[in-house]
Design a protein around this ligand. Structure first.
Ligand code: DX5
Ligand code: ZN
Length: 221
């Protein structure tokens, strides 16, 4: 199933709740929440207390993308804040497997994110334990960057790996996705589509509807 997960990073932060309402009105199923610590990535965004406040505003799936060092330290906080899916970076965990297990023990879905230069092989021994792979199609830290073309090949590789092992897992693509290139990422095998500036850079309701219309057109909605 195709899932649109708009990234809140590009919302007008003075009016976050209004932005969320527009997504709800369009029938968007998930909200992508980018947590940045200024160490793993060169930017600081928001953390669990903000997510906790937003939880009261919507029933959308909270798709939390942790761009922080050693995320295992904060997993309980994100659970309490209302996270449904938690994605950690393979590059940010000394103990990737145990961090995945901890996310699942807390009752959340576990995802593993790969930076553009990280090979798919890091997933080899954890693939069976996770619910989602997030392929970064920009270097993490900022919204509004251009899509890195080699990510298409990586999405295809992850989809092949999942199919070969008969695993029904989500493949999320994050960074530089817009109305022009979204079909190519879907064709490569992604089914969870993050879009920040392509949604909040204009009318969030209209842009979301445009994405959802393309999903319908692909017949995989
Ligand atoms: C980047 C974040 C993305 C970002 C995507 O580090 O993980 O989720 O908000 O923004 P766009 O869609 O504008 O590239
Ligand atoms: Zn993200």
């Amino acid at each position: 199933m195709l899932i649109l997960s708009p990234s809140l990073l590009s919302v007008d932060f003075a009016h976050i709740a209004d932005g969320i309402k527009e997504l709800d009105r369009a029938g968007v199923p998930a909200l992508h929440l980018d947590v940045m610590d200024g160490s793993f990535v060169p930017n600081i965004s928001f953390g669990a207390p903000v997510i906790k406040c937003l939880r009261k505003e919507t029933n959308m799936i909270f798709d939390v993308h942790l761009m922080i060092d050693e995320p295992a330290r904060y997993l309980e906080d994100f659970k309490k804040a209302g996270a449904d899916w938690v994605t950690i970076h393979a590059e940010s965990c000394t103990h990737l497997h145990s961090t995945i297990m901890k996310i699942k023990e807390l009752g959340m879905k576990a995802g593993v994110a790969l930076n553009p230069a990280t090979p798919v092989s890091v997933l080899d021994y954890v693939m069976e334990d996770i619910d989602m792979v997030l392929v970064m199609s920009v270097n993490p830290g900022f919204g509004g960057q251009s899509f890195i073309q080699s990510s298409l090949r990586k999405i295809e590789e992850v989809r092949r790996m999942a199919d070969e092992r008969d695993l029904d897992i989500n493949i999320e693509v994050d960074g530089g996705v817009n109305l022009k290139n979204v079909e190519s990422v879907i064709n490569a095998g992604a089914n969870v589509i993050v879009a920040g500036s392509a949604v909040f850079g204009g009318d969030a309701y209209e842009n979301s509807c445009d994405f959802l219309r393309i999903f319908e057109k692909t017949g995989r909605k």
